[in-house]
Design a protein around this ligand. Structure first.
Ligand SMILES: [Zn+2]
Length: 402
Protein backbone atom coordinates (compact mmCIF):
# COMPACT_ATOMS: atom_id res chain seq x y z
CA UNK A 1 0.00 0.00 0.00
CA UNK A 2 2.69 2.46 1.08
CA UNK A 3 4.79 1.43 -1.88
CA UNK A 4 1.89 2.28 -4.16
CA UNK A 5 1.38 5.71 -2.61
CA UNK A 6 5.09 6.43 -2.90
CA UNK A 7 5.02 5.31 -6.54
CA UNK A 8 2.12 7.67 -7.26
CA UNK A 9 3.86 10.58 -5.54
CA UNK A 10 7.05 9.82 -7.47
CA UNK A 11 5.09 9.78 -10.72
CA UNK A 12 3.46 13.13 -9.87
CA UNK A 13 6.85 14.65 -9.05
CA UNK A 14 8.32 13.41 -12.35
CA UNK A 15 5.40 14.87 -14.29
CA UNK A 16 5.71 18.21 -12.51
CA UNK A 17 9.48 18.14 -12.98
CA UNK A 18 9.41 17.69 -16.74
CA UNK A 19 6.54 20.14 -17.24
CA UNK A 20 8.55 22.77 -15.38
CA UNK A 21 11.80 22.28 -17.32
CA UNK A 22 13.08 25.29 -19.24
CA UNK A 23 13.17 25.22 -23.05
CA UNK A 24 16.32 25.87 -25.01
CA UNK A 25 14.74 27.38 -28.09
CA UNK A 26 17.69 28.52 -30.18
CA UNK A 27 21.47 28.62 -30.43
CA UNK A 28 23.15 31.32 -32.49
CA UNK A 29 26.85 31.57 -33.26
CA UNK A 30 28.39 34.83 -34.35
CA UNK A 31 31.98 35.62 -35.31
CA UNK A 32 33.42 38.93 -34.13
CA UNK A 33 36.98 40.30 -34.25
CA UNK A 34 38.98 38.24 -31.74
CA UNK A 35 36.03 36.26 -30.41
CA UNK A 36 33.26 33.81 -31.21
CA UNK A 37 29.95 34.51 -29.51
CA UNK A 38 27.42 31.82 -28.74
CA UNK A 39 23.93 32.88 -27.67
CA UNK A 40 21.66 30.25 -26.13
CA UNK A 41 18.00 31.26 -25.90
CA UNK A 42 16.15 30.05 -22.82
CA UNK A 43 12.50 30.21 -21.75
CA UNK A 44 13.58 31.01 -18.20
CA UNK A 45 16.59 32.03 -16.15
CA UNK A 46 18.56 28.91 -15.25
CA UNK A 47 21.86 28.30 -13.46
CA UNK A 48 24.77 27.01 -15.51
CA UNK A 49 28.36 25.88 -15.14
CA UNK A 50 31.13 25.30 -17.64
CA UNK A 51 34.57 23.81 -18.08
CA UNK A 52 37.08 23.12 -20.83
CA UNK A 53 38.62 19.83 -21.95
CA UNK A 54 41.45 19.04 -24.31
CA UNK A 55 42.41 16.27 -26.76
CA UNK A 56 40.18 17.19 -28.52
CA UNK A 57 39.46 20.76 -27.40
CA UNK A 58 35.94 21.19 -26.05
CA UNK A 59 33.88 23.55 -23.94
CA UNK A 60 31.22 21.88 -21.83
CA UNK A 61 28.17 23.80 -20.59
CA UNK A 62 25.95 22.19 -17.97
CA UNK A 63 22.36 23.27 -17.38
CA UNK A 64 19.60 21.85 -15.22
CA UNK A 65 17.39 19.38 -17.12
CA UNK A 66 16.02 21.31 -20.10
CA UNK A 67 13.92 20.61 -23.20
CA UNK A 68 16.10 20.96 -26.32
CA UNK A 69 14.35 22.61 -29.26
CA UNK A 70 17.41 23.53 -31.28
CA UNK A 71 18.92 22.18 -34.53
CA UNK A 72 21.18 19.10 -34.25
CA UNK A 73 24.04 20.96 -35.87
CA UNK A 74 25.07 24.63 -35.93
CA UNK A 75 23.32 26.51 -38.73
CA UNK A 76 26.12 28.84 -39.72
CA UNK A 77 28.90 27.08 -41.66
CA UNK A 78 31.57 29.47 -40.44
CA UNK A 79 31.39 29.37 -36.65
CA UNK A 80 34.71 30.94 -35.69
CA UNK A 81 36.42 28.56 -33.27
CA UNK A 82 33.24 26.43 -33.01
CA UNK A 83 33.04 23.47 -35.36
CA UNK A 84 30.04 21.60 -33.95
CA UNK A 85 28.05 20.88 -30.83
CA UNK A 86 26.07 18.08 -29.23
CA UNK A 87 23.48 18.16 -26.48
CA UNK A 88 21.28 15.94 -24.37
CA UNK A 89 20.53 14.66 -20.89
CA UNK A 90 23.84 13.97 -19.12
CA UNK A 91 22.25 12.55 -15.99
CA UNK A 92 18.95 13.02 -14.17
CA UNK A 93 18.47 16.74 -13.54
CA UNK A 94 21.50 17.76 -15.61
CA UNK A 95 21.46 18.55 -19.34
CA UNK A 96 24.72 19.14 -21.18
CA UNK A 97 25.90 21.03 -24.25
CA UNK A 98 29.32 19.96 -25.55
CA UNK A 99 30.89 22.46 -27.95
CA UNK A 100 33.76 21.33 -30.19
CA UNK A 101 36.36 23.99 -30.83
CA UNK A 102 39.08 23.73 -33.45
CA UNK A 103 41.77 25.39 -31.29
CA UNK A 104 42.35 26.15 -27.60
CA UNK A 105 40.01 28.89 -26.36
CA UNK A 106 38.77 30.31 -23.08
CA UNK A 107 35.32 31.42 -22.02
CA UNK A 108 36.21 35.12 -21.68
CA UNK A 109 32.73 36.37 -20.82
CA UNK A 110 29.48 34.76 -19.81
CA UNK A 111 26.20 36.27 -18.69
CA UNK A 112 22.47 35.62 -18.73
CA UNK A 113 20.59 38.54 -20.26
CA UNK A 114 17.08 39.08 -18.90
CA UNK A 115 14.06 38.56 -21.13
CA UNK A 116 12.92 41.70 -22.88
CA UNK A 117 10.10 42.44 -25.27
CA UNK A 118 10.46 39.98 -28.14
CA UNK A 119 13.54 38.27 -26.65
CA UNK A 120 13.64 35.35 -24.22
CA UNK A 121 16.43 34.90 -21.64
CA UNK A 122 19.80 34.56 -23.36
CA UNK A 123 22.94 32.91 -22.07
CA UNK A 124 25.76 34.73 -23.85
CA UNK A 125 29.18 33.05 -24.05
CA UNK A 126 32.24 34.67 -25.60
CA UNK A 127 35.07 32.38 -26.65
CA UNK A 128 38.53 33.80 -27.22
CA UNK A 129 41.42 31.79 -28.71
CA UNK A 130 44.43 31.27 -26.43
CA UNK A 131 47.71 29.45 -27.00
CA UNK A 132 47.94 25.74 -26.23
CA UNK A 133 50.33 26.57 -23.38
CA UNK A 134 47.92 29.06 -21.81
CA UNK A 135 45.13 26.54 -22.20
CA UNK A 136 47.17 23.82 -20.53
CA UNK A 137 48.42 25.99 -17.69
CA UNK A 138 45.18 27.65 -16.75
CA UNK A 139 42.61 25.11 -17.82
CA UNK A 140 40.99 25.40 -14.43
CA UNK A 141 40.69 29.16 -14.67
CA UNK A 142 38.49 28.72 -17.72
CA UNK A 143 35.97 26.76 -15.68
CA UNK A 144 33.30 27.90 -13.25
CA UNK A 145 34.02 26.24 -9.92
CA UNK A 146 30.35 25.95 -9.16
CA UNK A 147 26.99 26.56 -10.70
CA UNK A 148 26.69 30.19 -11.68
CA UNK A 149 23.59 31.51 -9.91
CA UNK A 150 23.08 28.31 -7.86
CA UNK A 151 19.53 27.01 -8.00
CA UNK A 152 17.35 25.79 -5.19
CA UNK A 153 18.86 22.49 -3.99
CA UNK A 154 15.99 20.43 -5.39
CA UNK A 155 16.49 21.66 -8.96
CA UNK A 156 19.60 19.49 -9.43
CA UNK A 157 18.62 15.90 -8.79
CA UNK A 158 21.23 13.43 -7.54
CA UNK A 159 22.49 10.97 -10.16
CA UNK A 160 20.41 7.80 -10.54
CA UNK A 161 21.17 4.90 -8.21
CA UNK A 162 22.70 1.62 -9.33
CA UNK A 163 20.23 -1.21 -9.88
CA UNK A 164 19.00 -3.14 -6.86
CA UNK A 165 20.84 -6.23 -5.64
CA UNK A 166 19.68 -9.82 -5.84
CA UNK A 167 17.48 -9.68 -2.75
CA UNK A 168 13.90 -10.82 -3.23
CA UNK A 169 14.43 -12.17 -6.73
CA UNK A 170 14.09 -15.84 -5.94
CA UNK A 171 17.12 -18.11 -6.24
CA UNK A 172 17.02 -19.28 -9.85
CA UNK A 173 16.60 -16.10 -11.88
CA UNK A 174 19.63 -15.28 -13.98
CA UNK A 175 20.60 -11.63 -14.06
CA UNK A 176 21.30 -10.15 -17.47
CA UNK A 177 22.34 -6.55 -18.10
CA UNK A 178 21.60 -4.98 -21.46
CA UNK A 179 23.52 -1.92 -22.51
CA UNK A 180 21.89 0.36 -25.09
CA UNK A 181 24.86 2.23 -26.61
CA UNK A 182 25.29 6.02 -26.50
CA UNK A 183 22.60 8.45 -25.25
CA UNK A 184 22.14 12.05 -24.16
CA UNK A 185 24.68 14.34 -25.83
CA UNK A 186 26.21 11.35 -27.65
CA UNK A 187 23.87 10.29 -30.49
CA UNK A 188 26.18 7.54 -31.80
CA UNK A 189 26.05 6.86 -35.54
CA UNK A 190 23.53 8.76 -37.67
CA UNK A 191 21.71 6.85 -40.40
CA UNK A 192 21.38 7.74 -44.08
CA UNK A 193 17.92 9.19 -43.43
CA UNK A 194 18.66 10.47 -39.93
CA UNK A 195 17.94 7.48 -37.68
CA UNK A 196 20.08 7.84 -34.55
CA UNK A 197 21.96 4.92 -33.06
CA UNK A 198 21.09 5.94 -29.48
CA UNK A 199 17.36 5.61 -30.26
CA UNK A 200 17.35 2.14 -31.81
CA UNK A 201 19.76 0.66 -29.28
CA UNK A 202 17.31 1.62 -26.52
CA UNK A 203 14.27 0.35 -28.45
CA UNK A 204 15.90 -3.01 -29.15
CA UNK A 205 17.16 -3.34 -25.55
CA UNK A 206 13.62 -2.81 -24.25
CA UNK A 207 12.33 -5.51 -26.61
CA UNK A 208 15.07 -7.94 -25.50
CA UNK A 209 14.32 -7.24 -21.83
CA UNK A 210 10.66 -7.99 -22.44
CA UNK A 211 11.44 -11.24 -24.30
CA UNK A 212 13.85 -12.46 -21.61
CA UNK A 213 11.63 -11.57 -18.66
CA UNK A 214 8.55 -13.13 -20.28
CA UNK A 215 10.20 -16.56 -19.76
CA UNK A 216 10.22 -16.02 -15.98
CA UNK A 217 13.86 -17.16 -15.91
CA UNK A 218 15.65 -13.80 -16.12
CA UNK A 219 15.84 -10.51 -14.32
CA UNK A 220 17.03 -7.88 -16.77
CA UNK A 221 18.54 -4.47 -16.05
CA UNK A 222 19.25 -1.79 -18.61
CA UNK A 223 22.27 0.52 -18.17
CA UNK A 224 19.96 3.31 -19.30
CA UNK A 225 16.22 3.44 -19.73
CA UNK A 226 15.95 6.87 -21.31
CA UNK A 227 17.89 9.22 -23.53
CA UNK A 228 20.64 9.91 -21.02
CA UNK A 229 24.43 9.69 -21.15
CA UNK A 230 26.16 6.90 -19.17
CA UNK A 231 30.00 6.72 -19.10
CA UNK A 232 31.47 3.49 -20.54
CA UNK A 233 33.09 2.40 -17.29
CA UNK A 234 29.84 3.01 -15.37
CA UNK A 235 28.01 0.70 -17.77
CA UNK A 236 29.96 -2.44 -16.87
CA UNK A 237 30.18 -1.38 -13.24
CA UNK A 238 26.38 -1.38 -13.16
CA UNK A 239 26.48 -4.97 -14.46
CA UNK A 240 28.95 -5.96 -11.74
CA UNK A 241 26.88 -4.24 -9.03
CA UNK A 242 23.75 -6.05 -10.24
CA UNK A 243 25.54 -9.43 -10.04
CA UNK A 244 25.01 -9.98 -13.77
CA UNK A 245 25.97 -13.27 -15.41
CA UNK A 246 25.80 -11.78 -18.87
CA UNK A 247 26.31 -8.30 -20.32
CA UNK A 248 25.17 -7.44 -23.84
CA UNK A 249 26.08 -4.05 -25.30
CA UNK A 250 23.92 -3.04 -28.28
CA UNK A 251 25.12 -0.73 -31.04
CA UNK A 252 24.64 0.04 -34.73
CA UNK A 253 27.55 0.75 -37.01
CA UNK A 254 28.17 3.23 -39.77
CA UNK A 255 30.75 3.05 -42.54
CA UNK A 256 31.98 5.18 -45.44
CA UNK A 257 31.17 2.23 -47.71
CA UNK A 258 27.37 2.38 -47.90
CA UNK A 259 27.21 -1.16 -49.39
CA UNK A 260 28.31 -2.80 -46.14
CA UNK A 261 25.44 -4.65 -44.44
CA UNK A 262 24.77 -7.03 -41.59
CA UNK A 263 25.11 -7.57 -37.87
CA UNK A 264 28.40 -8.39 -36.16
CA UNK A 265 29.53 -9.56 -32.72
CA UNK A 266 32.60 -8.46 -30.78
CA UNK A 267 34.35 -9.63 -27.65
CA UNK A 268 37.18 -8.04 -25.73
CA UNK A 269 40.80 -8.42 -26.69
CA UNK A 270 43.69 -6.06 -26.21
CA UNK A 271 44.90 -7.23 -29.61
CA UNK A 272 42.41 -6.46 -32.33
CA UNK A 273 41.61 -9.24 -34.79
CA UNK A 274 41.72 -6.82 -37.71
CA UNK A 275 42.02 -3.17 -38.60
CA UNK A 276 38.27 -2.63 -39.00
CA UNK A 277 37.59 -4.02 -35.53
CA UNK A 278 40.28 -1.77 -34.07
CA UNK A 279 38.83 1.28 -35.82
CA UNK A 280 35.34 0.40 -34.60
CA UNK A 281 36.53 0.02 -31.00
CA UNK A 282 38.30 3.38 -31.21
CA UNK A 283 35.08 4.94 -32.52
CA UNK A 284 32.88 3.39 -29.80
CA UNK A 285 35.42 4.28 -27.10
CA UNK A 286 35.15 7.95 -28.09
CA UNK A 287 31.69 8.03 -26.50
CA UNK A 288 32.93 9.49 -23.20
CA UNK A 289 34.92 12.18 -24.98
CA UNK A 290 31.89 13.11 -27.08
CA UNK A 291 29.76 13.66 -23.98
CA UNK A 292 32.36 15.84 -22.28
CA UNK A 293 34.06 13.48 -19.83
CA UNK A 294 37.62 14.22 -18.74
CA UNK A 295 39.57 11.02 -19.45
CA UNK A 296 42.98 12.24 -18.32
CA UNK A 297 42.83 10.60 -14.88
CA UNK A 298 41.39 7.22 -15.80
CA UNK A 299 43.68 4.25 -15.61
CA UNK A 300 43.04 1.03 -17.46
CA UNK A 301 40.89 -1.52 -15.62
CA UNK A 302 42.74 -4.47 -17.17
CA UNK A 303 46.17 -3.25 -16.13
CA UNK A 304 46.83 -5.61 -13.26
CA UNK A 305 47.92 -9.22 -13.60
CA UNK A 306 45.37 -10.53 -11.09
CA UNK A 307 42.52 -9.03 -12.99
CA UNK A 308 43.92 -10.60 -16.16
CA UNK A 309 43.74 -14.06 -14.60
CA UNK A 310 40.13 -13.62 -13.61
CA UNK A 311 39.43 -12.15 -16.97
CA UNK A 312 40.61 -15.25 -18.85
CA UNK A 313 37.70 -17.33 -17.55
CA UNK A 314 35.30 -14.48 -18.30
CA UNK A 315 36.68 -14.18 -21.83
CA UNK A 316 36.10 -17.89 -22.46
CA UNK A 317 32.48 -17.47 -21.44
CA UNK A 318 32.16 -14.35 -23.58
CA UNK A 319 33.43 -16.35 -26.56
CA UNK A 320 30.93 -19.12 -25.78
CA UNK A 321 28.04 -16.64 -25.75
CA UNK A 322 29.33 -14.99 -28.90
CA UNK A 323 29.24 -18.39 -30.68
CA UNK A 324 25.64 -19.08 -29.68
CA UNK A 325 24.63 -15.52 -30.55
CA UNK A 326 26.08 -15.77 -34.06
CA UNK A 327 24.31 -19.09 -34.58
CA UNK A 328 20.91 -17.80 -33.43
CA UNK A 329 21.07 -14.36 -35.04
CA UNK A 330 22.34 -15.95 -38.27
CA UNK A 331 19.11 -17.93 -38.73
CA UNK A 332 17.03 -14.78 -39.22
CA UNK A 333 19.33 -11.84 -39.82
CA UNK A 334 22.12 -11.08 -42.24
CA UNK A 335 25.57 -11.22 -40.69
CA UNK A 336 28.77 -9.49 -41.69
CA UNK A 337 31.63 -11.66 -43.01
CA UNK A 338 33.98 -12.96 -40.24
CA UNK A 339 31.31 -12.02 -37.78
CA UNK A 340 33.07 -12.71 -34.50
CA UNK A 341 35.83 -10.14 -34.06
CA UNK A 342 38.02 -8.96 -31.20
CA UNK A 343 39.05 -5.49 -30.10
CA UNK A 344 39.64 -3.31 -27.05
CA UNK A 345 36.14 -2.03 -26.39
CA UNK A 346 36.14 -0.11 -23.09
CA UNK A 347 32.57 -1.16 -22.32
CA UNK A 348 33.52 -4.87 -22.34
CA UNK A 349 36.26 -4.59 -19.72
CA UNK A 350 34.51 -6.14 -16.73
CA UNK A 351 36.83 -8.87 -15.38
CA UNK A 352 33.84 -10.74 -13.91
CA UNK A 353 30.89 -10.50 -16.25
CA UNK A 354 30.93 -12.31 -19.63
CA UNK A 355 30.34 -9.52 -22.13
CA UNK A 356 29.72 -9.10 -25.84
CA UNK A 357 29.09 -6.11 -28.03
CA UNK A 358 26.66 -6.52 -30.89
CA UNK A 359 26.48 -4.15 -33.83
CA UNK A 360 22.89 -4.63 -35.01
CA UNK A 361 23.57 -3.50 -38.57
CA UNK A 362 24.83 -0.54 -40.61
CA UNK A 363 22.97 2.75 -40.38
CA UNK A 364 25.00 3.88 -43.39
CA UNK A 365 23.23 1.26 -45.53
CA UNK A 366 19.71 2.07 -46.75
CA UNK A 367 18.37 -1.49 -46.37
CA UNK A 368 19.84 -1.98 -42.91
CA UNK A 369 18.58 1.42 -41.72
CA UNK A 370 15.08 0.58 -42.94
CA UNK A 371 15.21 -2.75 -41.09
CA UNK A 372 16.50 -1.10 -37.94
CA UNK A 373 13.53 1.26 -37.97
CA UNK A 374 11.08 -1.65 -38.09
CA UNK A 375 9.52 -2.85 -34.82
CA UNK A 376 9.11 -6.28 -36.46
CA UNK A 377 12.83 -6.53 -37.04
CA UNK A 378 13.44 -5.46 -33.43
CA UNK A 379 11.20 -8.35 -32.42
CA UNK A 380 13.20 -10.75 -34.62
CA UNK A 381 16.47 -9.57 -33.05
CA UNK A 382 15.02 -9.86 -29.55
CA UNK A 383 13.92 -13.46 -30.17
CA UNK A 384 17.37 -14.38 -31.54
CA UNK A 385 19.07 -12.88 -28.49
CA UNK A 386 16.64 -14.75 -26.23
CA UNK A 387 17.42 -18.10 -27.95
CA UNK A 388 21.15 -17.41 -27.70
CA UNK A 389 20.86 -16.54 -24.00
CA UNK A 390 18.94 -19.75 -23.30
CA UNK A 391 21.50 -21.83 -25.22
CA UNK A 392 24.39 -20.09 -23.45
CA UNK A 393 23.15 -20.84 -19.93
CA UNK A 394 22.26 -24.42 -20.90
CA UNK A 395 25.77 -25.02 -22.23
CA UNK A 396 27.30 -23.37 -19.19
CA UNK A 397 25.32 -25.64 -16.89
CA UNK A 398 26.29 -28.71 -18.90
CA UNK A 399 29.97 -27.72 -18.75
CA UNK A 400 29.85 -27.15 -15.00
CA UNK A 401 28.26 -30.61 -14.42
CA UNK A 402 30.72 -32.51 -16.59
ZN1 LIG B 1 27.88 2.60 -31.03
Amino acid sequence: MYARIIAIIALLLTTIGSAGAADVSDVRIGVHPGKTRMVIELSERVPYRFFTLQAPYRIVIDLPEVQWKIPETPRSPSGGVITSYRFGLFQAGNSRLVVDIDRPAKLANHVILPATKGHPYRLVLDLEPVTAAEFGQSERQFASKDWVDPPARSAIAPPPKAPADRKGLGPQKRIVVLDPGHGGPDPGAIGVSGLREKEITLQVAQKVKHALEATGRYKVHLTRNEDVFVPLRKRYQLAEAAGAELFISLHADSNGDSRLRGASIYTLSEKSSDREAAALAAKENRSDAIAGIDLSNQSDAVASFLIELRQRQTMNESALFSETLIKEVGTSTRLLRNTHRFAGFAVLKSPDVPSVLMELGYLSNRHDEKLLRSPRHHETLARSILRATEAFFERKERLSRS
